[in-house]
Design a protein around this ligand. Structure first.
Ligand code: COA
Length: 212
């Protein structure tokens, strides 16, 4: 069980199998992972996965990689150590080996009235979803998302929002598969002047049973 800011999420185990059906059923040769809230002991693993997933170690800017990773580490350290009523960072831990490797992470918080949402309302907003490259396509991100949906409902919300870049094909496929719909396509001066990818705001209305 995990507990932070009245968040109750049952610690559940899944087994690495692209065609997994039911949690908790082990099959020979498959690995097992669990999802739980992050602690300060997870900071190094979280920073590594986020840095590797969103920044390149190679090329001209490769030298900046350790600095970016340090910045991510410090950001998360600050957020984990300052209790906010509606904020949680979840991690997926591989439990097959005794090493208990951190293989994925996601953050969930609440944002207040923004241009894309009706003024005066607040909404759960998901960010920093990343899975270690070696453990992708095993359902880890899907389970992290489903856990976030359950937490959002425990907080009393029926909607969940997140941004994805238009050129992030794999993430878009993931979100569409889990039922997220385009709420708004956002362009800014970066899009026009620097040819950067547009951001898409996705939305999911959470059903009573948010296990998908
Ligand atoms: C996007 C990401 C989180 C997906 O993690 P994952 O654990 O591999 O995702 P899942 O195994 O749960 O995938 C579920 C579904 O998403 C889609 N999907 C995931 N990766 C895909 C890919 N590379 N190509 C096409 N579809 C993909 C598929 O529909 C997949 O279902 P399937 O395996 O039955 O076909 C991972 O690739 C990642 O960390 N990318 C870098 C960081 C990032 O882009 N984060 C999202 C920011 S918005």
């Amino acid at each position: 069980m995990l507990n932070k800011a009245n968040t109750k999420l049952t610690l559940t185990s899944w087994f690495f199998d692209p065609h997994y059906q039911e949690p908790g059923i082990a099959e020979p040769g498959h690995h097992q992972f669990q999802i739980r809230t992050a602690t300060s002991a997870d900071l190094t693993g979280i920073a590594q996965i986020i840095a590797e997933s969103f920044h390149s170690k190679d090329g001209f800017w490769g030298w900046a990689f350790p600095l970016l990773r340090l910045g991510i580490y410090e950001d998360f350290k600050h957020r984990l150590s300052s209790p906010a009523p509606h904020h949680v960072c979840l991690v997926a831990i591989e439990t097959t080996s005794t090493a208990n490797n951190l293989i994925g992470t996601v953050e969930l918080g609440v944002r207040f009235a923004d241009s894309w949402i009706q003024v005066g309302r607040s909404f759960p907003y998901l960010s920093n979803l990343a899975v270690h490259p070696k453990y992708r396509r095993y359902g880890v991100a899907s389970e992290l998302l489903i856990s976030c949906q359950q937490v959002s409902q425990e907080w009393g919300f029926q909607d969940l929002y997140l941004h994805v870049l238009e050129n992030n094909y794999q993430a878009r496929q993931l979100y569409f598969k889990l039922g997220y719909k385009v709420h708004q396509v956002e362009s800014n001066w970066n899009t026009f002047l620097l040819g950067r990818s547009r951001q898409i705001l996705l939305h999911k209305h959470l059903n009573a049973d948010s296990t998908t």
